[in-house]
Design a protein around this ligand. Structure first.
Ligand code: 13P
Length: 300
């Protein structure tokens, strides 16, 4: 069943659990995520990143996104599990509208590197249009940067790493005003988390005092943690209990996929069905994290 993301997150906030939003690049990721959610009876958020397939179609990016979202909708509509489809990190109004036209049930308008007033203005415009279409809006306040700054272009071929490197922690006083001014349904916060692997694989210090202050400043707004990978099992389980309602996880689930292939290759010297092996590894990591985040058996 397909839902606006706000419906999934408001239930999560009320019951203090967190829903994983794995990075979705292609059909294997979608299938793995839905299978994992069905097995554990958990709600699921398909977090659509720029698709992994190389499109050379006339309409370029917009056609690639349309195709990706059409597939995601098909998976969501065929399962009994509650599913939201979010378009991740979109810096422009046009990009958000493109995703809405493609059929997502949530967009993330990311203007987090702009000054406060400009971020507010962009989010406000997207909220008006998205809400008219019944679509939820995620925004970001403060900025979640990259943990280990290096060139990812070879492995990702993508635009998601246009993110700025330096994090700016989210200010609780600003959060309250931001929500009042924008009407955003949920807000991604910066509390020591970062995208991608952390430098030297160090578990980051998560500022739980700040999370607590953010929670108090916005008691009715679900908060989101980006850069869930490598953040430490204890940290993410604690964040889930403290009102982080959605956690974006890319690097760790992707590692689940490649590690599954490497393991079989090392044992047998060949991998006969690599795509299926990768999907199972990706799914196993989602299952592990659903258990940590407390969303097992929370489907309705
Ligand atoms: P990680 O790859 O660090 O888990 O980050 C994913 C993410 O936040 C996507 O928005």
């Amino acid at each position: 069943m397909l839902y606006p993301m706000s419906e999934l997150l408001s239930r999560a906030l009320k019951e203090r659990y967190c829903i994983i939003a794995p990075s979705i690049r292609d059909e294997s990721c979608m299938r793995a995520a839905i299978e994992a959610a069905e097995e554990l009876n958990s709600p699921m958020i398909l977090n659509c990143m720029f698709p992994s397939w190389d499109y050379d179609w006339d309409q370029g990016d917009s056609e690639a996104i349309r195709f990706q979202v059409a597939l995601a909708r098909e998976y969501a509509l065929r399962t009994h599990i509650p599913v939201a489809i979010n378009r991740d990190h979109t810096p422009t109004f046009e990009g958000c509208m493109q995703a809405i036209a493609a059929g997502v049930t949530s967009v993330m308008i990311d203007c987090s590197t702009l000054p406060f007033a400009e971020n507010v203005q962009h989010v406000k415009e997207v909220v008006i249009a998205a809400h008219a279409a019944g679509v939820s809006v995620e925004a970001e306040l403060g900025h979640v940067g990259i943990g280990d700054v290096q060139d990812h272009s070879e492995t990702t071929n993508d635009k998601d790493f246009e993110l700025e490197a330096n994090s700016v922690l989210t200010d609780p006083a600003e959060l309250h005003e931001f929500i009042q001014l924008t009407g955003a349904d949920c807000v991604a916060v910066s509390i020591g988390n970062a995208h991608g692997p952390y430098a030297k694989k160090i578990i980051p210090h998560i500022d739980f005092d700040r999370l607590s202050a953010l929670r108090k400043a916005a008691p009715e707004t679900p908060l989101v943690l980006h850069g869930g990978s490598g953040t430490g099992d204890e940290n993410i389980a604690k964040a889930a209990k403290m009102g982080i309602c959605k956690i974006n996880v890319g690097t760790d689930v992707e590692a689940g996929a490649w590690k599954a292939i490497v393991e079989i290759y090392q044992a047998k010297g060949r991998v006969t069905n690599p795509f299926s092996v990768a999907r199972k590894g990706y799914k196993a990591e989602i299952i592990r994290q659903i258990k940590l985040l407390g969303s097992e058996n929370k489907a309705w």
